[in-house]
Each structure stands twice: as structure tokens, then as C-alpha cells.
Write a protein that binds this ligand. Structure first.
Ligand code: BES
Ligand code: ZN
Length: 631
């Protein structure tokens, strides 16, 4: 493209941005199926002008080069007769762009890359252009991708690849309009080296193909952050008629046992909030380096193996990811500022599923533990911190780094308050209608507020004020009317904590019948100034340093580092070297980094562990330890 045209584009682009930011209303009138587009500060795309409605992906996976190479063909709907298509890209090389069936070459520019946002790919199109083909390959550092060598996998024989697209990393492996307010259907043809198997967030075939070619079809429209791919030596076990688990051969049996209640969970969820709209629900168990507990990729939840506790005590995570099939995947946060609409609703829904399967007592234990996390997060951030609001302002920040417990737990307690105030029957009917009305659409906090008023609160005079609706949605801190939940089971644990602090030896404490959640509450209730003798006594009695339960171990090791309880340091190192789940890594590295000596230890461990972690976890820990290349 000539420099003059380029300059012109920059100027016009700048003008449009200026005009847009001057706009008072963030909603644009062009829409698909009632889905109005909202300005999203985390995407360069302009869907209100031209929107991508379908993706045909044709790629091959090269483990030697750590590269995905191929073509993304994007079908367009052009509302304004625009001659420019803006896509998001990051960590990739664009080779060629052509238009329509004729594959007519066209001109394009890639803007300057910026931190975490990547670079806009600006393509010249015609008002009548139907399809844009982008030929590209990813760079080895593409942030969504983790390439594992055979030694980094469970049986050490084959390499493994998986993606993590949420929140804004889809653009690092597929050029796309990477905003959660956009939806598209997709197909994919993925070529991998046999005998590896490829699975996606789409219709999967649970069989290996001899030639390494796999075909996928996702007929329901999804936002780009739900695009997902994994490639490895996978096998499949059915759990029910529409559910199953994929994992590496040595892991699949254990996983199938752990997740035996999956079908019951789907039924419970459907009974609550309407039919499951995605045909199948499968779970993929990933390598321990997966940076999250779970990721709700449609039809195929990605899960960490650290929930395979051997006693099914950590399966709330499955209920959570399953619940996203409604809250998140059907009704989707329009921007990352509205993230609580995904996670708060899902946390609420998750606990309702758990209540149906395991009883109210169980649900309330989860809620009380959640309340503790919420209080702690608010204490750490400060009750007037803007990030303690439900409706966030993440402008200029990486949404991945800014996300806390607030959308999950403050969101949960807000919805629980609504349930308690209007009554469960009315509330459930409202939610069913909400999921039905907005299925396959995006939602903003303001739109939800309006819908809540017109379909629930307005019939109940004074209710919006009574529940302090505005305060909950838009103000920091925790409103005074936050429900207080009592759990008899955890009160009993509290008594044992007190008994211990008053001198009862651990062996004499009444811990009969305690589950993972009792233990978590127990450990988290211990004061930070516990003596080393007390730590040692607890450890002797309950073998906490040797716990095989990742959540219990994580809680205990955090305390151990805070108290500088040395006998647990070997276990700290082992834990940090054996898994890469950010939720477990962050607090340990953070606590270690508070003393010079601890920081040295952290750096020594991190040097070894870092190559094993996903870019998402590396990013976070790099910042905590001030790590630079060559550190
Ligand atoms: N969608 C989230 C994971 C996520 C959030 C990825 C933000 C990227 C950015 C997923 O549903 C989730 O919340 N996972 C939790 C587990 C859950 C039980 C709270 C996790 O990974 O810890
Ligand atoms: Zn979630």
C-alpha cells in the first residue's frame, strides 16, 4: 500500500476513534439477531461496520516449529458498505489476504503491536465482499498456545498442545474480531502428526484418524474467546449418553471415576434453567501446567488435573464450567467490564447445582468459603477500590491481569440476595426467562439492570431501593445488606479451631467426617501468628504437608510460607514445580517474595519451573518476582 493511502487511513482512523470516544452512547444500532454491538476497548475490530459471522479454519499443527499454519476464511456481514475490515492479531505473521471464491489478492496493513492488545490487521475489502481468506502462521511465543514436549506430559511419549483464548488471546492463534460481543459459527480442518488426536470446542469425533486430519463443526454461534483446540495422545471414556471425558491414557480412568456425577449435574442444571443447548458435554483433562482450574469451552470443558483428588471433593469446578453453558456461553458478557455477568451468574448457578446433588449444607459450605475469599479480596484492595465494583472499568489494562474474586463472589452474593428477597420461585422463573430470551446474545450490565427492573423488580414496589440495586452494580465495597450465610458444619470447625488455639492437642480435636471443605475452612481460619510448634503439631497429626489434595495443600503451604515453617519448604518447591495453575502459584510466590531470603528461594524455584508454565502464569509470576529475560 502506498504511503499516502496509509497516512490517510491513520488520519481517518484517528478521527473515527476520536468521534467514537466522544460518543455518549456506547451501543451501536447495527445488530444481528437482536444483538447490538457495544464498544469494546479490548478489541481493534468495528463490528458495527462489518462483522464476521462465520469462520472456516484450515490449519496444520507443527510441533517442531511450534507453529500453527494455515488459513482463516471469515464470512462477513457489511452493514455500512465499509471498504475496510479491522481484525485483531497478536504474535502472528500474516502472509497473504484474498477475497471471495476467486481468491482475489487484496492489500492489508498490520498496525504497530501494543502490549497485550496485539496489532490491528486492516484489510481492504469491497462493500460486496463476502469472504476474506487470511493465510498466516503463529509465532512460537503465541500467548494462547502452550507447546509441551513429551517429557512435560503424563506418559512422556508424545508432545501436547492446548489453547487458552479467554479473555483476549484468541487473536494470538486465529486472526479474528476478538470481542466477546461478537458471535460466529465455525468449521475447522486441523492436521496433526499421527497418532496424535485433535479436539476442539465443537462437534468432536472421539476417535483417532489414521492420516491425522480432523474435522470440526460448531453450528451454534460463539464468541471468539471460546475457540479452543487441544492436540495430544488422547483417549475417550463415555460418562453418560451425552457426556464423556478425554485425557491421556494413564489419566482417563481416574478422571472418569472423579467425574461420575456429570450426567446428574447436566440434568440438575436443565431442571433449573432450561435445556442444555450444545448437544454434548465433554471434559478434557489437560496437563498440570494448565493455568486455570477450568475453562468453559463449549461442548468441551478444559480442566486441570489438580481437581482429581481421588474423592470427588473438587467437582464443584465441573458444576461451574457446566453452568457456563448457560451463563457465559449462551448469554455472554458484552465486554470484559461486564465479566461479573459471566462469573457471578455462573458461581450462583454452580452452587444451585451443588445443592441439588449434595444438599444445602454442602452448598452453604461453598458459599461461606466464597464469602471469606470475598472479604479478603476487599480487604486487600481496599473497600473504596474501583476494582471492587461489579461493573468494572478495565480500559488500558490487560483484562487477564485485572480479574479478581469480585466478579465471582460479589456477583454471587448479589444474586443470592435477589433470590432471598423475591423468593426462589419467582427468581428461578426470572432466570429461566432471561437465559431463554438472551440465548446466543451478549449482555451488558446496563441491559441486565433494565431487564431486571422491567421483568422482576418493578412489580415489587420499593424493591430496587431495598436491595440497593445501584450500589451493588456500580459502587465499590460490599453493601451492608449482603446476605450472611451460616453453615452449621463450618461452625463446628470454628469450634475446633478455638479449641486448638486454647491448647487442645490436635489429636484430641473432633475432625471425624471432615471433608475437603472442612479442612480448607480449618486451615484458613488459623491465625497468621501461629507458632512453629503449633504448625508442627498440626502437621504431625494431620499430615498436611503431605496432602494429596491440591486445594488443602495450597492453603497449608501458604500458611507455611507466611510462618516460615521450614519443614514444608521441600513440599513448596515440589508443588511449584509440579503444576502451573495460577491460582496456586500466585499466592505462594507472592508470600515468598515478601522477605529477601524467601525471594531468593522463589527465584531459584522459578528458574526451574518457568519453562513448564503457560505464558498466562509466566506473565503473572514474572511481574511478582520482577523477572526479566536472563534473570
Ligand atoms: N472462565 C473462567 C476462567 C477464566 C477467567 C479464564 C478469566 C481466563 C480469564 C472459568 O470458568 C473459571 O472461573 N475457572 C476457575 C474455576 C472456578 C471453579 C472458579 C478457575 O480456573 O480457577
Ligand atoms: Zn467461570
Amino acid at each position: 500500500m502506498c504511503w499516502r493511502k496509509c497516512l490517510q487511513r491513520v488520519l481517518i482512523g484517528g478521527l473515527v476513534v476520536a468521534l467514537l470516544s466522544a460518543c455518549t452512547s456506547d451501543e451501536h444500532s447495527n445488530q444481528i439477531g437482536g444483538n447490538a454491538f457495544v464498544r469494546d476497548v479490548h478489541s481493534f475490530s468495528r463490528p458495527w461496520e462489518v462483522v464476521v459471522t462465520h469462520l472456516d479454519l484450515d490449519i496444520s499443527v507443527d510441533f517442531e516449529k511450534k507453529e500453527i499454519r494455515g488459513r482463516a476464511s471469515l464470512r462477513l456481514k457489511n452493514f455500512t458498505g465499509s471498504r475496510t475490515l479491522y481484525l485483531d492479531t497478536r504474535d502472528m505473521v500474516i502472509e497473504r489476504v484474498t477475497l471471495d471464491a476467486e481468491e482475489t489478492p487484496t492489500t492489508f496493513t498490520v498496525g504497530n503491536p501494543t502490549p497485550f492488545m496485539g496489532a490491528p490487521l486492516i484489510i481492504d475489502i469491497l462493500p460486496e465482499t463476502q469472504v476474506v481468506h487470511v493465510d498466516y502462521h503463529t509465532l512460537p511465543q503465541a500467548a494462547a498456545l502452550q507447546w509441551l514436549s513429551p517429557e512435560q506430559t503424563a506418559n512422556g511419549k508424545y508432545p501436547f498442545l492446548f489453547t487458552q483464548s479467554q479473555p483476549i488471546l484468541a487473536r494470538s492463534w486465529i486472526p479474528c474480531q476478538d470481542s466477546p460481543g461478537i458471535r460466529m459459527t465455525y468449521t475447522a480442518r486441523v492436521k496433526v502428526p499421527p497418532p496424535l488426536m485433535a479436539v476442539m470446542s465443537a462437534r468432536n469425533q472421539p476417535r483417532k484418524s489414521a492420516d491425522g486430519v480432523y474435522r470440526f463443526d460448531m453450528p451454534q454461534p460463539i464468541p471468539p474467546y471460546l475457540l479452543a483446540l487441544a492436540v495430544g495422545d488422547l483417549t475417550f471414556r463415555a460418562l453418560g449418553s451425552r457426556s464423556g471425558v478425554y485425557a491421556q491414557p494413564g489419566v482417563v480412568e481416574k478422571a472418569a471415576w472423579e467425574f461420575a456425577d456429570t450426567e446428574k449435574m447436566i440434568q440438575a442444571a436443565e431442571g433449573l434453567y432450561g435445556p442444555y443447548r450444545w448437544e454434548r458435554y465433554d471434559i478434557l483433562v489437560l496437563s498440570p501446567s494448565f493455568p486455570f482450574g477450568g475453562m468453559e469451552n463449549p461442548r468441551l470443558t478444559f480442566a486441570t488435573p489438580t481437581i482429581l483428588a481421588g474423592d470427588r471433593s473438587l467437582v464443584a469446578l465441573i458444576a461451574h464450567e457446566l453452568a457456563h453453558s448457560w451463563s457465559g456461553n449462551l448469554v455472554t458478557n458484552a465486554t470484559w467490564n461486564d465479566f461479573w455477568l459471566n462469573e457471578g451468574f455462573t458461581t450462583y448457578f454452580e452452587r444451585r447445582i451443588m445443592e441439588l446433588l449434595y444438599g444445602k449444607e454442602y452448598m452453604d459450605m461453598l458459599a461461606v468459603l466464597g464469602f471469606r475469599d470475598l472479604e479478603q479480596t476487599i480487604r486487600e484492595l481496599g473497600a473504596d477500590h474501583p476494582d471492587t465494583r461489579l461493573y468494572l472499568d478495565l480500559k488500558g489494562r490487560d483484562p487477564d491481569e485485572a480479574i479478581t474474586d469480585i466478579p465471582y463472589e460479589k456477583g454471587y452474593f448479589f444474586l443470592r440476595l435477589l433470590e432471598e428477597e423475591v423468593g426462589r420461585n419467582k427468581w428461578d422463573a426470572f432466570l429461566r426467562k432471561y437465559f431463554e430470551t438472551f440465548a446466543f446474545r451478549s449482555m451488558t450490565t446496563q441491559k441486565f439492570e433494565h431487564y431486571l427492573k422491567t421483568h422482576l423488580l418493578n412489580d415489587l414496589p420499593g424493591m430496587a431501593e431495598k436491595i440497593r440495586l445501584h450500589e451493588w452494580l456500580y459502587e465499590p465495597g460490599l453493601p451492608e445488606n449482603c446476605p450472611r450465610i451460616a453453615s452449621n458444619a463450618l461452625q463446628q470447625v470454628e469450634q475446633q479451631v478455638q479449641a486448638f488455639l486454647q491448647g487442645t492437642v490436635p489429636e484430641q480435636l473432633d475432625t471425624r467426617g471432615w471433608t475437603t471443605h472442612h479442612w480448607l475452612y480449618f486451615i484458613r481460619s488459623l491465625p497468621e501468628d501461629l507458632s512453629l510448634e503449633q504448625m508442627a503439631a498440626l502437621d504431625r497429626a494431620f499430615k498436611l504437608t503431605r496432602s494429596g489434595n491440591s486445594e488443602i495443600l495450597s492453603a497449608w503451604l501458604q500458611l507455611a510460607v507466611t510462618r516460615q515453617y521450614r519443614p514444608a519448604y521441600a513440599a513448596v518447591e515440589k508443588f511449584l514445580l509440579s503444576q502451573g495453575r495460577r491460582k496456586f502459584l500466585r499466592p505462594l510466590y507472592q508470600k515468598l517474595a515478601t522477605t529477601p531470603e524467601g525471594k531468593q528461594l522463589a527465584l531459584r524455584i522459578y528458574r526451574k519451573a518457568r519453562p513448564m508454565y503457560h505464558a498466562i502464569s509466566r506473565n503473572t509470576i514474572d511481574a511478582i518476582l520482577g523477572w526479566h529475560a536472563g534473570s
